[in-house]
Design a protein around this ligand. Structure first.
Ligand code: 0RA
Length: 645
């Protein structure tokens, strides 16, 4: 070991700080943002290194602790970060890894580096953005330790004991100077990602301990899924019915591209294909997805023709998407030098991957179809139904379009539109019920705020076919008002969106939250880009009104604030009256404007999807047929925090 001391040490440290200073100056360039997402990204950045060790076959256990002081520990039983002197830089390798940008990766070539999107910026970024950062390394019989503050070394590398194990333990506490919005780690966000990693890497066990929770039954979870992607598909389909005994599992490797997937058809009408490259969720798809789709379509078409299942002279045209209705699939590939493209850098560009996936899926799926004629026939029957529904939906779409042309400006009668036409500055409130809709219409600023009252419950799109969904009056009104059309790919035109803020405003009660979930499910399943581009918001009406003598009104959004206001009023010996709002309808237009609609004073929650698989699981559980998993899900999640979608 050769930790530098004295002036020598300082010299190398200054150089390092210049690199990390760049990260502190423009953190968003390295971790995306400095809000909740960026904060949680710090954990991913550290865990990715442990996963790399697992992929190289040296690590099978990762322990993550959320401490009471807001710091995080990630411990693994990998080889431990090397501590020997770096030949060129003449400082311990661990110091290079922790203080030099992009020095986090492995030095050997044949590992599958995670180097796309925000991943792989290196653990040194986490160091730079932490008020405190420590590394304890078990390696070569010794325990080494090193500590930093905001990326600057405060305790150089030293041996602090003996060990027979190997591994790395990193603890860090995010710097509040950088993360000005929040430094609170959310158990659910962390757990969703760790569960996903455990499904994708069956060799590992991930344990999470949340020390902020006292009850030991709730503070610890452990994920280990020996069945890998097959278990993942089963998990995603827990609250859906499948007519297959178990998911089809396919794996193979062509040209150094290992491909692994599991798929299952269920009785839902949605497509749930989740794809990963080097454990990164490729939300925008790419070559691996197109390879998969081509193989799927080709396989079934060939099989159907060979077995006379779909007659050549049949009236209906079956298209690729019909083969994916009611399909749940997890596809995971490993690519040595991935090229990520697209708006969010989550689209795989490597062309060689397409044929690798296509060949592997085609061969193995054909084999499955031939060996399982009963299941194959059932799947194809479902595909034909999907094609028929798609055709009916096309007619329903035309009807919506024709209706809107006939009604003059083409907008639904219930819509109170805003006067300005610039979508970037316009917003639409989707309001539960006609009476609240009335208040909103009176209270709004009509120049830029449109109001669309929705009567009663909208259809549960999780259980309905696309043509039925498009026949629903409330859904039709929404589609026409928004202007984008509905559905997948070319049917949906984001450029035509008439309001850049779509604000869901429902009562703060059980019915209200049900309607909100129904709307979110609809947007998530059928107008996905609205969610992806952050156009969906939730209005937050207050829960309490506290009226003091002389008509002085205060509002509160939670019990704590209400109690605080009450304490103040009691102290000043004022008389007051507390009422709980049961619905939006109880607010007069002025109150509704002031608390919930005025951009100066309102709070809007933007709906973002952190984790697509987790969102899919949530919607299918909340809206599915089975009562038991739904109840369990709500109970489990409500213990930690309110649902973050
Ligand atoms: C550089 C090289 C090697 C391993 C690591 C870094 C490494 C980093 C982290 C961060 C958290 N856990 C980690 N585990 C390992 C290769 C080690 C070797 O060749 O022996």
């Amino acid at each position: 070991m050769s930790a530098k001391k004295g002036s020598d040490y300082k010299a190398s440290n200054i150089q390092v700080l210049e690199g990390l200073e760049a990260v502190r100056k423009r953190p968003s360039m390295y971790i995306g943002d400095t809000a909740q997402r960026g904060l949680h990204h710090l954990i991913n950045e550290v865990v990715d290194n442990s996963i790399d060790e697992a992929l190289a076959g040296h690590c099978d256990f990762i322990k993550l602790m959320i401490h009471e002081d807001g710091s995080i520990t990630v411990a693994d039983n990998g080889r431990g970060i090397p501590v020997d002197e770096h030949p060129k830089l003449k400082i311990p390798a661990v110091e290079v890894v922790l203080t030099k940008l992009h020095a986090g990766g492995k030095f050997d070539k044949d590992s599958y580096k995670v180097s796309g999107g925000l991943h792989g910026v290196g653990v040194s970024c986490v160091n730079a953005l932490s008020i405190f950062f420590s590394a304890e390394i078990h390696r070569d019989g010794e325990i080494y330790s090193m500590e930093f503050e905001r990326g600057a070394t405060v305790k150089p590398l030293k041996v602090i004991g003996k060990t027979e194990e190997t591994g790395t333990t990193i603890r860090f506490k995010p710097d509040t100077e950088i993360f000005t919005q929040t430094t609170e780690f959310k158990f659910e966000i962390i757990a969703d990602r760790m569960r996903e990693l455990a499904f994708l890497n069956p060799q590992i066990t991930v344990q999470i301990i949340d020390e902020r929770i006292e009850d030991p039954d709730l503070s610890t979870v452990q994920f280990h899924f020996a069945g890998g992607v097959k278990d993942f598909v089963r998990y995603l389909d827990e609250s859906r019915d499948s007519f297959m005994d178990e998911p089809i599992y396919i794996s193979g490797e062509i040209e150094n591209v290992p491909v692994e997937l599991a798929l299952e058809y269920n009785n839902s009408y949605t497509e749930n294909v989740h794809s990963y490259v080097n454990n990164i969720n490729t939300r925008e798809g790419g070559t691996h997805i197109s390879g998969f789709r081509r193989a799927l379509t080709r396989c079934f078409k060939t099989y159907a023709e060979k077995n006379n299942i779909i007659k050549a002279n049949s009236k209906i045209q079956i298209s690729g998407e019909d083969f994916r209705e009611g399909l749940t699939c997890v596809l995971s590939v490993k690519v040595a030098e991935p090229q990520f493209e697209g708006q969010t850098k989550t689209k795989l560009g490597n062309s060689e991957v397409q044929s690798a996936v296509e060949v592997i899926v085609y061969d193995k799926l054909t084999e499955f179809l031939e060996q399982n004629p009963k299941t194959s026939r059932k799947i194809l029957e479902k595909v034909v139904l999907a094609a028929e529904a798609r055709e009916a939906a096309r007619k329903a779409r035309q009807l919506i379009q024709r209706k809107s042309v006939m009604s003059g400006g083409g907008l639904p009668g219930k819509l109170a539109d805003c006067s300005i036409k610039d979508p970037a500055h316009s917003e639409i409130y989707l309001v539960e019920g006609d009476s609240a809709g009335g208040s909103a219409k009176m209270g709004r600023n009509r120049s830029f705020q449109a109001i669309l009252p929705l009567r009663g419950k909208i259809l549960n799109v999780e259980k309905a076919k696309i043509n039925k969904i498009l026949e629903n009056k409330e859904i039709q009104a929404m589609i026409t008002a928004l202007g984008t059309g509905v559905g997948h790919e070319e049917e949906f035109e984001l450029e035509k969106l008439r309001y850049h803020k779509i604000i869901i405003m429902t009562d703060a009660d059980v019915d209200g939250s049900h309607i909100r979930t129904l709307l979110l499910t609809f947007f998530y399943r059928y107008m996905h880009p609205l969610v992806d581009h952050g156009h969906i918001y939730i209005a937050t009406p207050p829960l309490y009104r506290i009226t003091a003598s002389r008509g002085e009104i205060q509002y509160s959004w939670d019990d704590d604030t209400r109690d605080k206001i009450i304490r103040e009023l009691k102290k000043s010996k004022k008389k007051f009256d507390v009422s709980r709002y049961k619905g939006l309808g109880e607010m007069n237009p002025d109150q509704l404007w002031e608390t919930t609609m005025d951009p100066e004073t309102r709070t809007l929650q933007q709906v973002t999807v952190e984790n697509a698989a987790a969102a899919d699981k949530m919607f299918s559980t909340l809206m599915g047929d089975d009562v038991v998993p739904r109840r369990e899900f709500i109970e489990r999640n409500s213990k930690y925090a309110k649902l973050d979608i």
